[in-house]
Design a protein around this ligand. Structure first.
Ligand code: GRF
Length: 203
């Protein structure tokens, strides 16, 4: 599947996906990486891997709609069949999602529906949960609210800080996102309304 990734920051999930592709466990090819930040680490990672990059900064557009239209045009131009959000810090609008003819996935650092939005790890610590984790889900029009594909838990310990919890969750993210993408790309994920059925987890 011709795949694009949108990322606003560091890009460690992008790197994990690139590595998984190199190890040939995914039925995808990463064609393009787009960002709304010219200085995003993700763009550097993409360039180093020889992947096409695109920059779509909010300040270069008259509206969010114009920015999203340009991203969609770029994705279509590159015949993208799967879009992965990996630390993309903007919510895609309903028009973009309605018009996108490809699935859009996201990874979020909490066990959704708990702690959507920004600073999920801080929210989890402040709430005092004993277990958190990460979620890969289809993107819908809400905030981190789309149908869940995979989740994995990590324990939250008394001594955890936002930093240590983030690192623990990130280590799981780097495994879980490629796995979810593998399932989607191999057609092993079936959506029935809000529910996602994994047809066959093992080879
Ligand atoms: C990850 O924690 C991801 O779950 C969240 O944003 C962070 C991105 O990290 N959506 P990175 O840029 O992939 O390193």
């Amino acid at each position: 599947m011709r795949t694009a990734i949108l990322a606003s920051g560091r890009g460690s999930n992008l790197q994990a996906l690139i590595d998984a592709c190199r190890n040939d466990t995914l039925a995808i090819k990463i064609i393009a990486v787009g960002s709304d930040h010219a200085g995003a680490g993700a763009l550097k990672i993409a360039e180093d891997a020889g992947i096409l990059t695109g920059i779509f900064q909010a300040e270069d557009y008259s509206s969010r709609q114009a920015q999203e239209d340009d991203i969609l045009r770029w994705l279509r131009e590159n015949q993208i069949e799967l879009l992965l959000l990996a630390g993309y810090m903007r919510v895609l609008g309903p028009r973009f999602l309605r018009q996108a003819e490809f699935p859009v996935l996201n990874i979020h650092p909490s066990l959704l529906p708990a702690f959507p939005g920004l600073h999920a790890q801080r929210q989890a610590l402040e709430y005092g949960v004993k277990v958190s984790g990460c979620t890969v889900h289809f993107v819908d029009e809400g905030l981190d609210s789309g149908p869940i594909i995979l989740q994995e838990a990590v324990p939250v310990l008394a001594e955890d800080t936002e930093e240590s919890l983030s690192q623990k969750i990130l280590a799981v993210e780097h495994r879980l996102y490629p796995e979810a993408v593998r399932l989607v790309s191999l057609g092993k994920v079936k959506r029935i309304g809000r529910r996602v059925q994994i047809l066959q987890q093992e080879e």
